[in-house]
Design a protein around this ligand. Sequence first.
Ligand SMILES: *Cc1c(COP(=O)(O)O)cnc(C)c1O
Length: 391
Amino acid sequence: MNSTFLPLSRPAIKQPEIDAVVEVLKSGWITTGPKNAELEAAIKDYTGAPHAVALSSATAGLHLCLIALGIGPGDEVITPSMTWVSTVNLITLVGAKPVFVDVDKDSLMTTAERIEAQITAKTKLIIPVHYAGAPLDLDAIYAVAERHQLPVIEDAAHAIGCHYKGRPIGQTGHCLFSLHAIKNVTTAEGGIFTTHDAQLAERIRRLKFHGLGVDAFDRETQGRAPQAEVIEPGFKYNMPDICAVLGLGQLQRLEQITQQRQALVAAYRERLSPLPGITPLSIPDYPHQHCCHLMIIRVEPNICGFDRDQLIDYLKQQGIGAGIHFKACHSQKYYRENYASRFGEINPDLSNSEFNSQRICSLPLFPDMQLNDVNRVISAITQFIGNTHEA
Ligand SMILES: *Cc1c(COP(=O)(O)O)cnc(C)c1O
């Protein structure tokens, strides 16, 4: 066994980014301030979004969006069960009903038809997920949303650097990007909300900081009135400048980061193709740029002779990290035990979510990984297939 552990992910933080963080530490202004404004400007520049608001996480942004859109008891919000739990938790916490929608079996992304089938008179919002670095079919989804006059918040946690029909995700609509440590661009913890709606951006900006009209940096340094007023009760979801400056450095390298990821994924796909019972996610057939956030395979136990959990255990023994993105939310303990009593009947057809939830596995993928590391993962999987077939 190779002695160095190969993790599922590792942030690619370079010396200029470390130096920039140290500069902020020495500057006397470590929390929300000028670096937040620079990060927001850089995101607007990259995506083409007219407005951007930096936040403490994408989860925080989702909370603010639900509040800003007035989602509460009696409302339904459509989102896939194949998503990170934060979305479903927050819909539940604001008192609304999460309505699970199934996904395409091979891309793990939901579709316009599936969403439309879940729309009722109570539906107030749709939160689809760009999955693993590929874009949703936005034209089809927005056609349904417009027909029913429903807002869409795109979960773009995986999608910084991803393009749909020539446009970066974030250029249109309302999007939430995550800058968590595992994501393609990171601030350790953080999120960015982008939108074309100036009023919504203003509201999110206020709600992220106590509901004040102006933040502390503006008051102290930009000559604004020292007494800030609460316009409406708000939260404390702002991003420190220590984090913002880290994200700024990463964004400047986004093209390079994306290309490194794409090269690794191309190698994975080529080397996985001869392996029976191991299939990567499908690639959309509409024009797009994949930002290769996750390298997800599906393990078919009837062909492999082992299941996903056994493969993850074996990889761990070989010093290789792997993960699951995601376990279907409706199969999480709380929702398994409480969905029916709290919300009523669950969408009876979540079969593709359930099928994949038991079979998917994310393999190591991060920009500083080498082709040798890909070979090491492929050798381990090949060996496990060989061992299983001999036994
Ligand atoms: C990471 C992630 C989130 C949450 O992002 P945070 O910044 O950690 O709050 C939401 N949705 C998806 C699909 C994610 O992968």
